[in-house]
Structures are given as structure tokens and as C-alpha cells.
Design a protein around this ligand. Structure first.
Ligand code: ADP
Length: 621
């Protein structure tokens, strides 16, 4: 009985064990199914091959399908076939450990699509060292393989971005101060010799003192601080270094990103700008820059002193705020001149201060260009010349007064001389006649000079007025040429092609123009020769010209010739007297007549000054 009980107990125990085993196997199968792991079982001695349903599904086979080694071999991706077979050979080599662990591609049975699989297995040998069983698992790893490739691609992308950012060094460090990445074209400049730094410790790569100086910064960035520092590297430039903690999804810091950028040039131009700004601020002249539209973009201290507005009040405002209403049309004219590439120099005008005072201003304006040469703005230097203008006015007043006072006695002197001359001519004393002729000539020269001074003073005050009448230009030319001939024995003044023609103009002033041109022709042809004054009809106007064969005028000097008080600096001319107002008056008088003086001249060949007058269609023609 006892035996029976014993047996029953044992049976119950085995039943229990078997159930457990079945449960275990179920669990195992479920686990394998859950991981989508396929299993296979190959008996090399019989050639039998068994695949689990999961394995068949990986290969795109239905559950009931049977497979053999030939089918297996046929579905290895062609390029991987040799590799797989050699791995199988190795595993089955009795001298080895029988282990098998590879990843390769297969082509599925159903749709020929290519998948990546990972196969792991083991070969069991019998007593005769023959491979008896080869079992293992397969797993479709296509998705993770693709993810890995994606990661590799993005790492490659990161590296190529890092190494292609111009003038930069990109470093990524981990918590132990080991380099994850060192890239960028500044590597060499910053002491990295271009080797692979991945995984190396900064202390081992950098010089001791450099690491000591840097480690605190590494610690700061790795503790989560984001900051930037300007650092100089061994006299090798100035760098802006950005320290950026890299955070994962859970906000924990997994690395420190360090970006160094070369700012040496920017730094230098910053210094240059600072110096320039200091110069501009200490200048006595108002220096203003503005856009092409006239919006003020900079305003120095002197601009504030001169015009009364602060920089805050003016920057962003239109420059018209300073320009008196009756001069608003000046701006577009200046702009047009600048656009054609010319500077505007010493342009005298008036501007208004904040408290509505009018200032006399001399403006020099230059275009501001970008690197390509396009004009992007204007810079103006404005000098307050109110004082100077006042001074000039006082001088003018003085000149006008003196000239006026001299004119009356000189005129009566001249008439007495002329009376004496006509008397002497009758009595026939050659010495007296000659002396009186010379006196008359000198008095006439003086008179012409005084005439010029008076005209200048009147012009300056804006008081010049034209006394227009109809007169014969030809007669005037003859008269003036005759007077001019009196002043010189060295020159021969000839009149060319002038026929009686009436013009409507100020006879006295046109006479002054012709006299100035002729006396210049005489003065500036020191070796004498022919001087021509002539006329040429061009349509309804008459070109009047004065031509000499004298010293000529360089192109450079020609630009300034008609400026007040301008005289050419020339050793040869040291003995020739003059005030530099003759041509200024010529230009101004002609301007009042809506005409213009023009010049053609060549050094050492001669000069031609000419202008046009309209022939009158009035009463006398
Ligand atoms: P001034 O003769 O009193 O110096 P102007 O205004 O008449 O002043 O002339 C200005 C300058 O132009 C002169 O100083 C001289 O150098 C130059 N100039 C004028 N006319 C001639 C000329 N015909 N030939 C050469 N140079 C001339």
C-alpha cells in the first residue's frame, strides 16, 4: 500500500513537473513570439531544416511551407552570399567554438523585398566531431539598421557642417572633459594639429596651462551655464567663444558645445571705428551722415554745438529740418551731383539752428559707398562761417568805400590829363606828349582796377544791377581793343570778323568783361605776340572770343580759375600783379546776362576764353 501511495505521489509529482514544463515552454514561445524572434534548426548530417512560423514570416513564407538549405541559400542577398557562407563554414569548423553571429540581407520569398536580419546560433558536435545540429535565431533588424544609418548620416552631416563653418572651431566635450568632436578650419590656428581627438581627454591634448585655464569654463558649461567669452590665443588673433550646454529630452546635460569664432578683423575695425568716432567727436566741424533719402544717421558733438539739436533729436529726422525753406531745392541738386560721383566742396549756403537763427555754412559733402562701390549714403562736414562772412562783409564795405573815394579824384585827374594831352599835341612837345600818354594809360589802368573792386563789392552784397540797353557789340569791341592796345607795345591786338551787331545788355559791364579778358591775354603772354578778339555767328547768337599765345592754363587750374581771389601759382608769374578777381567778375557778369564764360587752354600754347551773346531782334536791327 505504501508502495502504491508512493507511486501515486511520484505520478502526481511528474504530472506536476510536466505541466510546469509545458507552461515553461509556452512562456518561452510567447517570449520568443513577442520579440518576433524566429528560430531555426538544421541537421547537417541529414540536411533537414526546420523554421519556426516566426522565422518563416520574416522570410515571407506561409506557416505551412517547407524549406531546405537550397531555398535558404537562394534567398541570401547576392552581395552578402559569400560572407554568409563563409561564416557558416567557420561555425561548423570542429576546431572552432561553433558560435555564429552575423547580420546580412535576405530577399523575401513573397515579394523579393530586401530585409536586414541578424542571425545568432550555435553548432553542436557529436562524439566524432561532426556537426550534428545547428540551431539559432533570426531577427528582422531592417528598421534599426536604417535608424543606425540615419544616425550615421546625421553625424556625418554634423561633422561636415562643423568643419565647413568658416573661421570657426567646434568642440564637443563630455562630462569627463573628453572630446567627442573637434572640427573646423580654425583647428590648426588654435593649436590642434588635425588628428582625431575623439575620446581623448582635454588634459592630454592641451598644454597644461591651457587646460588649467579652460577646465573651469568646461565645468561651467557642463553645469548648465550658457555664456560667451572673448579670448585671445597666443598672439594669434581674438576669438569669440560660445559655451553651450547640450541637453537631452529629459533636460539633463549630456555634453558641452564650444564654438570659437575668429573676430580679429571685426575687432580691428571696431577699434578703427572707435578711433574714427573719437576724431569725429573732437572735430570743430559739424559732421553729419545721412541716407540718400536725407534721413540723418549720425550727428557729432559739433553738430549739436552748431545747430543746437542733440543727436537724439536729429537721428532719424529729415535733414530738411536744418534747411531754410527758400533753399529746399538745394538738396536734390546736391544729390544729383553726388550721384554722378562728384564731391561737393566748400559749398556756401545758409542753415537754420534750433532757435531759428540763420548761419552761414560751408558744406563739403562726400558720397559714402559700400564695398561694391554703390552709394549708400552721404557724409557732410558743415563749417560755421558766419564769423568769416561777417568779416568778409566788413572787408567788402571797406573796399567799396575806398574804391568809391578814389574814383572821383581819379576821374577828374584823368580828364585833366586828357585836356593837357590834347593841348600838348597841338604844341608838339614830344616828351610832354609821351609823358602825358603814359600818365593817361596808368590812370586808365587804375580806373579799371577800381571799377573791378567796386563791382566785386556790389556783387558780394547782391547789389549788382544791370543797366541793359541796345548797343552795337562791334563798336564796343573796337573801343576796348583800342584801349587795351594802349597798355602794350609788345602785343598786337587784332579784331577778327566782327560786324556791326546789336545786342541787348549792360554795355559798361560787357566792356568790363572784354577789358578783363584782353588785359589778361596781355599779362599772361609775357613774350608778346598776337592777341585776337573775334566774333563768330552761331545761329541767333554771337560767339565772342579772346585768343592768346601765352603761357596757357593747366586743366587742374582751369577748374578754379573763376573762383574769387584765385591766382595760378607759377614761378613765371611772380612779377605779374593782380588780385584774382578779374575772371570771377567776368563769370558773374556773364551769369547775370544768362551767359557763361568758357575756356580752352593748353600750357605753353595759349588760351581762348569765349562766351555767347544773343543778337538783339529789338529796335535797331
Ligand atoms: P589776376 O589776373 O588778377 O590774377 P584773374 O581772375 O583775372 O586774376 O585771373 C586769375 C588767374 O587766371 C590769373 O592769376 C592767371 O594765373 C590765370 N589767367 C587768366 N587769364 C589767363 C590767360 N589768358 N593766360 C594764362 N593764364 C591766365
Amino acid at each position: 500500500m505504501e508502495d502504491l501511495n508512493d507511486l501515486k505521489q511520484k505520478l502526481a509529482y511528474y504530472e506536476q513537473r510536466e505541466k510546469e514544463l509545458v507552461r515553461n515552454e509556452d512562456r518561452m514561445r510567447m517570449a520568443i513570439e513577442a520579440t518576433r524572434l524566429g528560430t531555426w534548426d538544421y541537421e547537417p548530417l541529414t540536411g533537414a531544416l526546420n523554421w519556426s512560423p516566426e522565422c518563416k514570416s520574416i522570410y515571407g513564407l506561409p506557416d505551412g511551407a517547407t524549406v531546405d538549405m537550397a531555398a535558404f541559400d537562394e534567398h541570401i542577398y547576392p552581395a552578402d552570399k559569400a560572407f554568409v557562407n563563409s561564416q557558416i563554414q567557420d561555425a561548423m569548423d570542429p576546431a572552432g567554438d561553433g558560435k555564429y553571429n552575423i547580420s546580412y540581407r535576405i530577399t523575401r520569398f513573397d515579394d523579393d523585398s530586401v530585409r536586414w536580419i541578424k542571425a545568432q546560433g550555435k553548432v553542436y558536435f557529436n562524439a566524432n566531431k561532426q556537426a550534428e545540429r545547428f540551431i539559432g535565431t533570426v531577427l528582422d533588424i531592417t528598421d534599426s539598421k536604417e535608424t543606425a544609418e540615419k544616425i550615421a548620416r546625421s553625424e556625418k552631416l554634423f561633422r561636415s557642417i562643423a568643419s565647413n563653418i568658416p573661421e570657426a572651431l567646434i568642440v564637443v566635450i563630455d562630462h569627463d572633459h573628453r572630446f567627442i568632436t573637434v572640427e573646423g578650419d580654425l583647428m590648426e590656428k588654435l593649436g590642434f594639429d588635425g588628428k582625431n581627438y575623439e575620446g581623448r581627454h582635454a588634459a592630454e591634448v592641451l598644454a597644461t596651462d591651457r587646460y588649467e585655464a579652460t577646465r573651469k569654463l568646461y565645468d561651467r558649461v557642463l553645469s548648465g551655464e550658457k555664456f560667451s567669452e572673448e579670448r585671445a590665443y597666443q598672439n594669434n588673433g581674438v576669438y569669440m567663444v560660445h559655451f553651450i550646454p547640450l541637453k537631452g529630452d529629459d533636460n539633463s546635460i549630456y555634453a558641452g558645445l564650444i564654438i570659437a569664432m575668429d573676430i580679429t578683423e571685426a575687432k580691428q575695425s571696431e577699434e578703427k571705428n572707435a578711433k574714427l568716432a573719437a576724431i569725429i567727436d573732437s572735430s570743430d566741424d559739424a559732421i553729419i551722415s545721412k541716407t540718400l533719402e536725407g534721413i540723418v544717421t549720425s550727428w557729432n558733438n559739433s553738430a549739436q554745438r552748431t545747430f543746437g539739436y542733440t543727436a537724439e533729436e536729429m537721428i532719424g529726422q529729415h535733414i530738411l529740418k536744418l534747411i531754410p525753406e527758400d533753399r529746399h531745392e538745394e538738396e536734390p541738386k546736391i544729390l544729383a551731383q553726388l550721384r554722378s560721383g562728384q564731391r561737393v566742396e566748400h559749398f556756401e549756403t545758409k542753415r537754420m539752428t534750433k532757435d531759428k537763427h540763420l548761419l552761414d555754412i560751408s558744406l563739403t559733402i562726400s558720397p559714402v559707398r559700400d564695398k561694391k562701390g554703390n552709394i549708400i549714403g552721404l557724409s557732410k562736414i558743415a563749417r560755421d562761417i558766419t564769423e568769416k562772412k561777417q568779416e568778409e562783409l566788413r572787408k567788402n564795405d571797406f573796399i567799396a568805400m575806398v574804391s568809391h573815394e578814389l574814383k572821383t579824384p581819379l576821374t577828374s585827374m584823368l580828364s585833366y590829363v586828357q585836356v593837357l594831352l590834347s593841348k600838348a599835341s597841338k604844341e608838339g612837345d614830344p616828351f610832354t606828349i609821351n609823358a602825358l600818354k603814359r600818365t593817361e594809360m596808368q590812370a586808365k589802368k587804375m580806373s579799371a582796377m577800381i571799377h573791378d573792386f567796386l563791382s566785386l563789392a556790389r556783387l558780394e552784397e547782391g547789389k549788382i544791377s544791370l543797366n541793359k540797353e541796345y548797343f552795337d557789340l562791334d563798336a564796343l569791341i573796337k573801343e576796348v581793343a583800342g584801349d587795351a592796345q594802349m597798355f602794350t607795345a609788345l602785343h598786337d591786338i587784332e579784331i577778327n570778323n566782327c560786324t556791326p551787331t546789336d545786342i541787348y545788355a549792360d554795355r559798361d559791364k560787357i566792356g568790363q568783361v572784354l577789358m578783363n579778358l584782353l588785359s589778361n591775354a596781355v599779362k599772361y603772354s609775357p613774350s608778346g605776340g598776337k592777341i585776337s578778339i573775334g566774333c563768330k555767328r552761331v545761329g541767333t547768337s554771337i560767339k565772342v572770343y579772346v585768343l592768346d599765345h601765352g603761357i596757357g592754363i593747366s586743366l587742374e587750374d582751369q577748374k578754379q580759375l573763376f573762383d574769387r581771389f584765385y591766382r595760378v601759382k607759377n614761378e613765371k608769374l611772380r612779377t605779374v600783379s593782380g588780385f584774382g578777381i578779374g575772371l570771377y567778375l567776368v563769370a558773374e557778369i556773364l551769369r547775370y546776362h544768362d551767359s557763361k564764360i568758357e575756356i580752352e587752354s593748353k600750357v605753353d600754347v595759349g588760351s581762348e576764353f569765349y562766351f555767347y551773346m544773343e543778337a538783339a531782334t529789338g529796335p535797331l536791327t
